[in-house]
Design a protein around this ligand. Structure first.
Ligand code: GUN
Length: 298
């Protein structure tokens, strides 16, 4: 059984990015600049955004963190987005999700300049992704595809069951992994809360991708021997023995499932660190595109 080490692969990718940034700086070019907008005080969102900002520093990017109160109005948030759209020093930015209930998430995502949409959540970029056109691929599914590639996992003609249809993970990975390209070409079943006989589907799967946010949902008796299991879930579960008062749990019962799987991602240290690495990759791409655009003008 192979443990797919996202921490190791993400470190390699970050090293590659760092080298590119150094090369660019040596040529007198500005380093890429990522901005992140965080609304509210949700602990998990704060942790994720802080990790993203810290990762920027480590690879030599410039970063800006825009922190706003839960009470911010939709109009005020759109104003911040307009400022980021118009700030030529910002190559790309993200608005950390989820947003407070009184803010229409779709309206916010639509306001982001598609050229700076390094999350790949704008319908323009999501559509381009679905049509196999070059664009920003949402970081988590991008990270999963990169893990499959770097571990040389056979995907073509395999049956892949994706559990969860979120716009951030389940839906885009179901599209990417079925596309006509290397480390894809899978036959995909996208399962969700209204799917019946899920265990019947997962037992026939060669590859299972769990992205539903239910700790230890996927048990050993739901998978077949020799399957590849990618766990996207990361939920804080209260634990009075833990230093921080909680432990992080994936959607997969790692203990049981790892005994049957051929390859499996751990939580933490699997998909999570890859999300950050691929966000950096998208930001690098955004800043290169800007260079291309400026070249085209001059
Ligand atoms: N919330 C959970 N995952 C993500 C992500 O990849 N990007 C943003 N912006 N918010 C998220």
């Amino acid at each position: 059984m192979v443990i797919i080490d996202g921490k190791k692969i993400s470190a390699l990718i970050k090293e590659e990015i760092k080298k590119e940034v150094e090369d660019r700086k040596a040529k007198g070019l500005q380093p890429p600049h990522l901005a992140a907008v965080l609304v509210g005080t949700d602990g998990a969102s704060q942790t994720y955004v802080n990790s993203k900002v810290l990762a920027c520093e480590k690879v030599g990017f410039t970063s800006t963190l825009v922190k706003e109160k839960d009470s911010i109005s939709e109009a005020q948030l759109i104003q911040i987005i307009d400022q980021l759209n118009n700030d030529s020093s910002v190559d790309g930015y993200i608005v950390q999700l989820p947003l407070p209930k009184h803010i229409d998430e779709q309206k916010i995502l639509m306001a982001v300049d598609p050229n700076k949409d390094v999350d790949g959540f704008h319908p323009f970029n999501f559509g381009k992704m679905a049509l196999e056109m070059p664009t920003f691929i949402p970081a988590t599914p991008f990270g999963i595809m990169e893990l499959l590639k770097r571990y040389d996992i056979e995907v073509a003609s395999k049956h892949c069951v994706v559990i969860g249809r979120s716009h951030i993970v389940g839906r885009p990975i179901s599209i990417l992994i079925s596309q006509k390209k290397k480390y894809a070409n899978a036959t995909v079943t996208l399962a969700h809360s209204r799917t019946i006989n899920l265990d019947h589907l997962t037992r026939s799967a060669d590859i299972i991708i769990t992205a539903l946010g239910r700790p230890e949902f996927l048990k050993a008796d739901m998978v077949k021997e020799g399957s590849v299991v990618i766990d996207v879930g990361i939920t804080r579960v209260s634990d009075s023995n833990a230093k921080r008062g909680y432990v992080l749990k994936g959607d997969v019962d790692f203990e049981g499932v790892s005994k049957k799987a051929k390859a499996i991602t751990p939580v933490p240290g699997g998909v999570g660190p890859m999300t950050i690495a691929m966000l950096l990759k998208n930001t690098l791409l955004a800043s290169e595109r800007k260079v291309v655009r400026l070249d085209a003008v001059s």
